[in-house]
Each structure stands twice: as structure tokens, then as C-alpha cells.
Design a protein around this ligand. Structure first.
Ligand code: SAH
Length: 340
């Protein structure tokens, strides 16, 4: 079956042309799919014959709500979606003053192995398709009834490990005939795959790149993030500098504060040294405890922030949302898997 929703408008046009349909039909179908249409039958501006042909040859993905948890504290909503093949992924809807943000997954599971992250505990099952990424934005908007203005690729999975799909998703979600979400309203978070950061830079997208740094020295970083053994801090920062020079976009460095692991003053000093000369800012994240992990939240967040600021670094501390609903990476999927 053909997955039309994963196609660009041009590809859809080419597919329709083989059946003798005019190009403007592609636009009609594209619009229907990007509004969340669940069947070809609903596409009433297409002929019955075309609708039947499409239904015979194509599928329309539509995730089912497997679980939904709404935070009583701040309205943060976490969706556990069941995909066509039974796999589950998570999407989080966060309500901010500057707009509603969805945090979406890019893979079923993850193979990066970060010691503090629940998403990676069962490894990677498979990559998501462009349609499955788009569906998270579409159906979170439709189910919650709130308009979505921002997207962060910070859910389950490593986006740059599913590179082509993620690029296509960005093209689709940014499309004027679709959801039309501007690149400046999109953030992509990576554990730091340096080669892929280089590759991404060449597209000169105006999105925000977040790098999950979590430690400024190789010993600590390799200990908590196995990916660092192949990349290394020097190479990662070199890629970040090139990224800024190519795109003109400041990088945001994510830093989850872990007790006794990455929260010393010397690490703040080293981090500041790495960042010298490249504009960027540091986002300190209070660690969310994962019950399978011995790592504990740091008690030095404010001190670490001060130390960084003393070097002239811009630092923010992430506000915790959805603390009552397993809202951080992979926790709800994990729970559902354990409960069968
Ligand atoms: N693979 C991508 C995106 C998914 S993780 C990446 O690594 O960036 C999204 C962010 O949540 C990353 O910064 C990740 O390091 C962080 N994170 C994962 N588990 C966490 C935890 N238990 N507490 C705080 N932050 C966590």
C-alpha cells in the first residue's frame, strides 16, 4: 500500500499523473491528509472513481490514543499513541504563554543508550515514517482542540539517526498547503551525532538546534552517553561551531543536572571554555528520576548556573511541566510496556 501522507506534494502529483489525474488533485489530497482526514471517502471534492482507486492502492495512517494523561498541575497532556503495527510512541502537549508546543517522537525506542533516559531502555524497535511524525502534530491538535504553534523534536528517539525521514517531516509540516509551521517555531534535539550535524547545516534551516551535552569532558560524557565514545567532545563542539557559522543560528545546549556526576564547578568552567567564541546558550534541566537508573537529581543547579554566568554564558533553567504524569522521555511507553 502507498503511504501518500509521507509524500511531498510533488511526489503525490507524480503518482496521480501515472493514473491520468491532473496535478491540482495532488493539492486537494495533500490538504485533506494534512487536516487529518481518516479516509478517502471523506474527500468529497474528488470523483468517486478516484476515491475508490486511492482506497484500493493507498493507506492513511491514523494513530489510536492508547493512553492519555492530563497534568492537574499545568495542563500538560501526554499521549501514548498506538501505531498501525501495534508499536507505541509518546507525544507531549505543553501549554506556554508563547503558544502550544508539541514534543514529538522520531523513532520507536532509541539505540543511543544514554544512562539517564527511559526511552533507550528497550533499544530501538524501528524508525518512524514521515506520516507518523506528522500525525503526532495533527492528531494532538485535533484531539486536544488547541492550535499547535511550536514543535520540538525531543520525544522518543534520536532525530538525526532517522535523518531523511526527519528532513521530509520538516518539509511537510512547514508546507503552506499543510500545517505551515515556521522553521523558527521548530526545535530539533540531538545527542550530538557530529557528521549528521554537519549534514544538517548544509540545508541552512532556520530551526533551533539543541544539543544534549550533559557533560563538557570526555570521561563523564562517555560514561553517561555512549555516543560520545565515537564522537568526543572536541569533535562535537567543532561541528557545533561549523553549524553556527553555516546557518547563523545559535545552538542551545541541554544539560541535565546529575548529582555528583556533571555538576562540579570545574565542569562549569570547562563548559564555558568550550563555548567561548560561539554564541549559544545553556539550558539546565533538573534531572527527571528514572526508576531503573541510579542517577539522582543534582542539588547544585543554582550554583552551577551562577558559575556559568560568571563566565558570561547565558543560562536558563528548564521549568518542570507535567511532573505528575510521567511526562518525560519514554516513561509512559515504558510503563505501558511493563503493564503489558
Ligand atoms: N535523542 C535526542 C532527543 C530526545 S531526548 C537527544 O538526545 O537530544 C530529549 C532531551 O531529554 C535530551 O536533552 C535528553 O538528554 C533529555 N533527557 C532524557 N532523559 C532525561 C531525564 N531523565 N532527565 C532529564 N532530561 C532527560
Amino acid at each position: 500500500m502507498i503511504d501518500l501522507k509521507s509524500m511531498t506534494l510533488e511526489e503525490m502529483g507524480a503518482y496521480l499523473k501515472t493514473g491520468g489525474e491532473p496535478a491540482f488533485r495532488a493539492k486537494q489530497i495533500f490538504t485533506w491528509l494534512h487536516r487529518g482526514a481518516g479516509s478517502f471517502e471523506e474527500m468529497t471534492n474528488l470523483s468517486k472513481a478516484l476515491r475508490e482507486k486511492l482506497a484500493a492502492e493507498c493507506l492513511i495512517t491514523r494513530p489510536q490514543v492508547a493512553r492519555k494523561q492530563v497534568s492537574a498541575l499545568d495542563g500538560t497532556t501526554k499521549y501514548l499513541w498506538r501505531l498501525e503495527d501495534g508499536n507505541c510512541i509518546e507525544t507531549v502537549l505543553m501549554r506556554y504563554h508563547h503558544g502550544n508546543t508539541v514534543c514529538i517522537s522520531s523513532q520507536v525506542g532509541c539505540r543511543m543508550g544514554c544512562a539517564f533516559c527511559a526511552s533507550t531502555l528497550g533499544g530501538k524497535v524501528r524508525d518512524l515514517t514521515p506520516a507518523e511524525m506528522l500525525d503526532q502534530v495533527l492528531f494532538t491538535g485535533l484531539d486536544s482542540g488547541v492550535p499547535i504553534s511550536n514543535i520540538v523534536l525531543m520525544g522518543i528517539g534520536e532525530p538525526l539517526d532517522n535523518f531523511d525521514t526527519v528532513l521530509r517531516f520538516l518539509e511537510l509540516v512547514n508546507h503552506p498547503e499543510g500545517l505551515n509551521i515556521g522553521m523558527r517555531h521548530i526545535s530539533l534535539s540531538t545527542c550530538g551525532l557530529a557528521d549528521q550535524i554537519d549534514k544538517l547545516a548544509d540545508y541552512k534551516l532556520q530551526l533551533t538546534l539543541s544539543v544534549s551535552l550533559h557533560a563538557p569532558d570526555d570521561e563523564t560524557r562517555s560514561h553517561i552517553m555512549p555516543v560520545n565514545r565515537a564522537v568526543g567532545v572536541e569533535r562535537l563542539f567543532a561541528a557545533c561551531r561549523r553549524y553556527f557559522e553555516t546557518t547563523g543560528r545559535r545552538i542551545s545546549y541541554e544539560y541535565a543536572m546529575i548529582d555528583g556526576v556533571n555538576d562540579s564547578d570545574w565542569q562549569a568552567d570547562l563548559l564555558a571554555r568550550h563555548l567561548k567564541g560561539t554564541p549559544g546558550h545553556v539550558n539546565l534541566i533538573p534531572l527527571n528520576e528514572v526508576k531503573e537508573s541510579p542517577l539522582k537529581p543534582s542539588r547544585r543547579v543554582a550554583a552551577f548556573q551562577k558559575r556559568l554566568e560568571s563566565h558570561g554564558i547565558t543560562v536558563t533553567v528548564r521549568r518542570k511541566l507535567g511532573g505528575d504524569i510521567d511526562a518525560s522521555c519514554g516513561q509512559l511507553r515504558r510503563k505501558a510496556m511493563q503493564e503489558g
